[in-house]
Design a protein around this ligand. Structure first.
Ligand code: SF4
Length: 61
């Protein structure tokens, strides 16, 4: 399972709060995945982060 963040991200930080194992706000001020593969024990929270992103910038698949 991989997570991606599109350029629609507004840098609100919600995904980093929800799933810090996978997402972090980068130097550019927008979120980015910090792992190539979503760890099995973080799949639920990664999906939760995708569901709750206010601009639907996250894809987890
Ligand atoms: S929740 Fe969405 S808009 Fe907010 S930082 Fe994460 S990817 Fe960006």
């Amino acid at each position: 399972m991989k997570a991606t963040v599109s350029e629609d991200c507004i840098g609100c930080g919600l995904c980093e709060s929800t799933c810090p194992e996978v997402f972090a706000i980068g130097d550019s001020g927008i979120a980015e995945p910090i792992v190539d593969e979503v760890p099995a024990d973080a799949e639920d929270t990664a999906q939760e982060a995708a569901d709750n992103c206010p601009v639907s910038a996250i894809t987890v698949e």
